[in-house]
Design a protein around this ligand. Structure first.
Ligand SMILES: [Zn+2]
Length: 117
């Protein structure tokens, strides 16, 4: 898999974790359990910042732009469709065994696509 693509997927996972920690219901439950959601959140944000430095500026810019617009920038292809907007993806890309070796974006919504297989 393309190294930048791997990092973008991990960045997306980090952002999901940060968004979860930001949810008030989860924070409340963790506080009740004696966990420190606040500390964990700060740590994750620092980790995210350090992680971003390893991502090519072009892809980082696109990632941030897509996240602002859609909330999720990186989506899997499911049954030949973009999981973000459900557009059918070009067959030539889907059937290419090396499809994860470069970064593809959805021709309709522009989200970054990967194939989990
Ligand atoms: Zn799409």
């Amino acid at each position: 898999m393309d190294k930048q693509l791997e990092k973008l997927i991990s960045l997306h996972d980090l952002d999901v974790m940060i968004a979860d920690l930001n949810r008030k219901d989860i924070r409340k439950r963790e506080t009740e359990m004696g966990l420190h959601a606040e500390g964990a959140l700060e740590e994750l944000k620092e980790l995210r910042e350090a992680f971003c430095k390893n991502i090519n500026r072009k892809w980082r810019g696109l990632y941030n732009q897509l996240t602002r617009h859609y909330g999720n920038a990186v989506v899997p292809a499911l049954m030949g469709r973009c999981a973000g907007c459900l557009t059918r993806l070009p067959t030539a890309i889907c059937s290419d065994p090396d499809r994860n070796l470069k970064i593809h974006t959805c021709p309709t919504c522009g989200r970054i696509i990967y194939w989990a297989d």
